[in-house]
Design a protein around this ligand. Structure first.
Ligand code: F6P
Length: 339
């Protein structure tokens, strides 16, 4: 049997651990072979691929990025591209394609599954916003990096008596902001799920500064103000990603003006997506990779391997559509710790 694999969308730590697990499970003891498509869907459309073997994927478990490369190319946006996908997979004799991605990449997987392509999905994104799984590959590492940044900012903010705004990734969901904000002890956390009133935030911080000399505000890049409270529109780049620093700078300047405190902005950006995966991400990536290959052997298709409590399950790909927002309990905790 010949299994195809691609990694699409923004990269994240843990993708290579998925690839390694897939190859090892497929090759030995099953004797399957694995073909990797380069730069996500673009590689399938263009027939750009490499053979993946145990030898070519050894020593990648702990490395960041993806040895296959990635892109935000979506076949749905290019005329004739979906037909090209069918042609490439038929020519390469691929029985099932493993698609490792977030919302955009898995969305393309859903439309191709409707056209008869046999697909098994694997959820990854540091934004952690794929529905149907308790966690996505890459999130744990990014959360660790962002939390460490909040810890480090604490000491410099306190030494200088400053209000420091830290912008983290998460354009449609605030999992990273809430996670790193709570774990790092931020004094305000702004997310896409819970629109903020900037004057309310300023009032909380003014009150805090009656007893403390510094503050940390963690802002998700997709955070939005309550309608009518601030004239702000998110700025998106060519691939639909939010332009880093936009909301962070606006929040910083508004808070500087409304509180009179000395302020600084730190935009964590792609630092959150780089470097080696944590053990938790390596473990999740490996479990999902193994389960995905087993799903292929069980003739499953149109499904996604997902973390569910302590186990890995298969869910219909259709259930992974859209964005999984931060749950109400976590948002409540973030609000309780304001100031
Ligand atoms: O999709 C994950 C993500 O990390 C988002 O949080 C962020 O908006 C985006 O990628 C940045 O993408 P790019 O690397 O294309 O600028």
């Amino acid at each position: 049997m010949r299994i195809g694999i691609l990694t699409g969308g923004g990269d994240c730590p843990g993708l290579n651990a998925v690839i390694r697990a897939v190859v090892r499970t497929a090759e030995d003891p099953c004797g399957d072979n694995v073909i990797g498509y380069r730069h996500g869907w673009q590689g399938v459309v263009e027939g750009d691929s490499i053979e993946l073997t145990g030898a070519s994927t050894h020593a990648i478990l702990s490395t960041g990025g993806t040895i296959l490369g990635t892109s935000r190319y979506h076949p749905d946006d290019h005329e004739g591209a979906a037909d090209q996908v069918l042609d490439t997979l038929a020519r390469d004799k691929v029985s099932t394609l493993l698609v490792v991605g977030g919302d955009g990449t898995l969305g393309a997987a859903r439309s191709l599954a409707e056209r008869g392509v046999r697909i098994v999905g694997i959820p990854k994104t540091i934004d952690n916003d794929v529905p149907g799984t308790d966690r996505c590959v890459g999130f744990d590492t990014a959360l660790w990096i962002a939390t460490e940044a909040v810890d480090r900012i604490h000491t410099t903010a306190e030494s200088h008596d400053r209000l420091i705004v830290i912008e983290v990734m998460g354009h449609r969901a605030g999992w990273l902001a809430v996670g790193a904000g709570i774990a790092g002890g931020a004094h305000a956390i702004l997310t896409p799920e819970d629109p903020f009133d900037i004057e309310e935030v300023a009032a909380v911080l003014r009150h805090r500064h009656q007893r403390e000399s510094f503050s940390i505000v963690v802002v998700a890049e997709g955070a939005v103000p309550v309608e009518g409270t601030l004239d702000f529109a998110p700025v998106e780049g060519p691939t639909g990603s939010i332009v880093a620093g936009t909301i962070g700078e606006r929040v910083r300047s508004e808070l500087a003006q409304r509180t009179g405190f000395e302020t600084r902005l730190v935009v964590l950006g792609h630092v959150q997506r780089g470097g080696p995966p944590t053990p938790t991400d390596r473990l999740l990536a490996t479990r999902l990779g193994v389960r995905a290959v087993e799903a292929v052997h069980d003739s499953a298709s149109g499904v996604m391997a997902a973390l569910n409590g302590d186990g890995i399950i298969l869910i219909p790909l259709t259930e992974a559509s859209g964005i999984k927002p931060v749950n109400a309990e976590l948002l409540h905790v973030a609000r309780m710790l304001l100031g």
